[in-house]
Design a protein around this ligand. Sequence first.
Ligand SMILES: [Zn+2]
Length: 348
Amino acid sequence: MKLVLNGSFEDSGHEELGHPERPERTSAALLGVDDLHLGDDLVRAPMYAATRAELMRVHAGTYLDELGAFCYAGGGDIDEDTYATYDSWSVAQHAAGAGLAVVQELQRLGDGVGFVVTRPPGHHALADRGMGFCLLNNIAISAAALVAQGERVLIVDWDVHHGNGTQAIFWNQPDVMYVSTHQSPLFPGSGAAYEIGGMNALGSTINIPVPPGATGDVVRRAIDDVATPSIAAFEPTWVLVSAGFDSHRDDPMADLALTSGDFAAMARTIARFAPRAGRFAMFLEGGYELNALRTSVAASLAAVLESPYSAEAESFGGPGAQQVQSAREERLVALRIAEEAATQGDYS
Ligand SMILES: [Zn+2]
């Protein structure tokens, strides 16, 4: 199977000395791609900067104006975690455009698997605010473009952090299902199991928080037992992954205990939710330990491309089985309450 990668662009201007979200991350992810030796099966989508109209499917025009002006004035800190530089506006536009170009190339081929290797990441970015290292919500911009074409889009987010931005953007959008597994408690603090979507999209947000130390078996069970029945009923026509590799056991930002083999297993499971080849793409989100990032990228891509790669063993035995079961129950209760309230017209 072919791998469609975004066209490379210069992201080194988006850097703040000592910040973990650094240019070496994309290099490490690309080394993971190189490790698969794909030869002619590696296809590059053209480099592309998202247009204002494409960004405005997700972001407020006032926010885009403010962010552009802030960057061109030299940038600085947006909040205690999030920075922008003079170059960041251009880098962020190209990061958003990279997803659009990969999706378009997959549509043209009618085959293959997509991988969008860009930074800054996107899943914390809200419609009107950047946060959590993120400026523009790359995966949401691609999902919104697909929805505009009449597609039903599943987004699975296995980053160790909850993708609060993606959830908020599609909260009331019935054509997008957002599924997140994430460590709790952890930044940004959202992503409780009872967060299930707005009145027009009840049940299309699925959150499964897991405790520090959770291993791959727990996270994989969260997807299999809690999310899979709803995903099957949703019948996605496209599947996108917020592929954050900061849930790897070696990552310094958080405390989950996943291995590259766990990412491979999850990628294989999630890719099967797509109705056919050419409708599955992974977007790089977090991942701050460069070797773990490299090996996890290679392992998860190899799994969906059916390429040979020797990944770490899948992990077992950590805490969290009880929390997954509780999340399932809490979600069902929230759905029942919301549906009752909706019939009485007082849920918003
Ligand atoms: Zn993260």
